[in-house]
Structure formats: structure tokens, C-alpha cells
Design a protein around this ligand. Structure first.
Ligand SMILES: Cc1cc2nc3c(=O)[nH]c(=O)nc-3n(C[C@H](O)[C@H](O)[C@H](O)COP(=O)(O)OP(=O)(O)OC[C@H]3O[C@@H](n4cnc5c(N)ncnc54)[C@H](O)[C@@H]3O)c2cc1C
Length: 258
């Protein structure tokens, strides 16, 4: 079984984010890291693909031939990776990204495709459903538990009230929640092994995707301007003089929280 896991490589969220002054898009020129959200998909993929001959293939789209985040996921145990990197992708919107990822996933001939529910930097949460539509596969979202029975996929799908039990044929595209599994830490042996695992770096032309459909040219959205968020106020310090509880209740009532 070949499980494809989509992994996004993002600017380190711990560092202050910067926007390109001209395009207003996120500055992605520095080192990129594995999006924490995708570590759950990698772990789930590794647990599902644990039989003889099973493997996990990573698929990522990122600028500058960036592989740092991929190496982290390879160190966790994935077998190989496909990276799509091309200057023509600058300014791609979510649909353009999904078209590129879908073309790369097709090459990997997956039995199952895993993604996170939403990325940490873009968080539109639209890629998983777009991938399923473009690949013509069933889409199951918000998976909190996944098991495989023959060629049937069984998913517990998180809802506000509890969870739905969903079954569908494989292959399928499944987005996982952060609670699905606990991602492993890469071992020293895994980190060393990851250095020599294959990463296939492809361009848009290699995938046969039209440049008109991706990048700023193909994007249906454009950031026309950005504004600084208002600084937070200092807040109000309330000294409890025996009426603390009542004052909290009054404050929450004012906010219409209660
Ligand atoms: C204005 C604009 C400019 C952009 N410029 C660039 C650019 O210059 N270079 C570039 O590479 N991208 C660029 N992008 C694409 C962007 O970084 C996202 O990859 C894309 O919009 C997907 O949106 P999202 O992160 O909200 O996806 P979500 O739907 O929130 O992601 C859900 C899941 O899909 C998977 N996924 C999403 N994106 C990727 C990815 N790139 N690779 C692998 N898996 C992924 C992950 O598993 C992720 O957790 C740009 C987007 C916009 C809107």
C-alpha cells in the first residue's frame, strides 16, 4: 500500500512573519519547516502503511527547492518525497496549489491520500476537498480515527456533537485532525537515513500542468492591500473587594457571553 501524505513547508511560526511589500504575500524566502499540522498526517500514514511493502510518499509544493520540512518527515519514517518547486508557482492561490498537488499525487499512484485539516500559515482548509474533486476520489474530512478493512476505508469523522462513522472505497482523500495520533520524534538513526532518501524535484512542465492555471496568472484572488491590526489595549485591572464574582458576571454580560 502506498499512502501519500501532503506536507506543507512553512516559514517558522516562532519567527515574526514578514510580508512581501509588493505582492503582500508571505515572505517564504528563508528556511521553511514542516507544518506541525502535517506531522499528524505523516504519523497516521506511517501507522497505516506498516505492512510488508507498504510505504509513505510525501508530496509538497514549496518555493526555492526547499526540502528542510520534507527531511523532517522522511526522518520520521516516510520512504520518499515529491517536491514541486517552480518560479511559475509564485502567487498561486489555493485552487492553483491543489491542481499542482493533484498532478504530483497522480504520479505517485496512491492507495490513500492524507492531508491536515488546514495549514498553519494559509489555513483556508480548502485543499483537501479540492484535491478529492480534481482526483475524482471520495473526500472524507476531519478524521479523528482511520482504519482499513480490505479495500474499504473506515473513518471516525469529528463533529461538534461527537463523531460520524464513515466508510468509503479506497483510494480516497482524507483530512486528519490534530487529535488523530501522537506524532513520533525523529530518531538519530531516522535523521541520518533521511539524508539519503529520494526527493524527486519537479517543475510545472514536468507535471504537464499549464502555467496559465497556476501562479499569479492563474489565481482567482489577489491581495490588493494589507493593514496593520490595531494594537491591543492595556485591559482593565479589577481589584477584588468582595464583589469580584459579581463584577466578572457583569463584564461577561456586557460582552453578551452569558
Ligand atoms: C496570494 C497567494 C500567494 C501564494 N504564493 C505562493 C508562492 O509563492 N509559493 C507557493 O509555494 N505557494 C504560494 N501560495 C500557496 C499557499 O502557500 C498555499 O499552499 C495554498 O494557498 C493552500 O492554502 P492553505 O495553506 O490555506 O491550504 P489548506 O487547505 O489550509 O491546507 C490543508 C492541507 O493541505 C495540504 N497542503 C496545503 N498546501 C500545501 C502545499 N503547498 N504543499 C503540500 N501540502 C499542502 C496540507 O496537508 C495542509 O495542511 C500562495 C497563496 C496565495 C493565496
Amino acid at each position: 500500500m502506498n499512502v501519500v501524505v501532503c506536507v506543507k513547508q512553512i516559514p517558522d511560526p516562532a519567527a515574526p512573519p514578514a510580508l512581501d511589500p509588493t505582492t503582500h504575500t508571505l515572505d517564504r524566502t528563508g528556511k521553511l519547516i514542516l507544518d506541525d499540522s502535517d506531522a499528524y498526517g505523516v504519523e497516521m500514514g506511517l501507522q497505516l502503511a506498516s505492512g510488508e511493502g507498504d510505504e509513505v510518499t510525501l508530496v509538497s509544493m514549496a518555493p526555492g527547492g526547499e526540502v528542510s520540512g520534507l527531511r523532517t518527515a522522511l526522518a520520521m519514517g516516510a520512504a520518499k518525497a515529491i517536491l514541486v518547486s517552480d518560479d511559475a508557482l509564485a502567487g498561486s492561490d489555493a485552487l492553483g496549489t491543489a491542481k499542482v498537488l493533484a498532478a504530483a499525487i497522480r504520479r505517485a499512484e496512491p492507495d490513500l491520500v492524507l492531508t491536515a485539516t488546514e495549514s498553519t500559515d494559509g489555513y483556508t482548509g480548502t485543499i483537501p476537498a479540492q484535491l478529492a474533486e480534481l482526483l475524482g476520489l471520495p473526500s472524507v474530512t476531519f478524521a479523528k480515527k482511520i482504519s482499513i478493512d480490505g479495500s474499504t476505508l473506515k473513518v471516525e469523522r469529528q463533529t461538534e456533537a461527537g463523531y460520524d462513522e464513515v466508510e468509503c472505497p479506497m483510494p480516497a482523500v482524507v483530512s486528519v485532525t490534530a487529535g488523530v495520533v501522537e506524532p513520533r520524534y525523529p530518531s538519530f538513526k531516522g535523521i541520518m537515513a533521511a539524508k539519503s532518501k529520494p526527493v524527486d524535484i519537479l517543475t510545472v512542465d514536468d507535471l504537464g500542468v499549464s502555467k496559465d492555471e497556476v501562479g499569479a496568472t492563474g489565481a482567482g484572488q489577489e491581495i490588493t492591500g494589507v493593514a496593520k491590526a490595531e494594537d491591543r489595549g492595556a485591559g482593565e485591572i479589577v481589584v477584588d473587594e468582595g464583589d469580584g464574582a459579581q463584577r466578572i458576571v457583569a463584564f461577561l454580560q456586557e460582552l453578551k457571553v452569558i
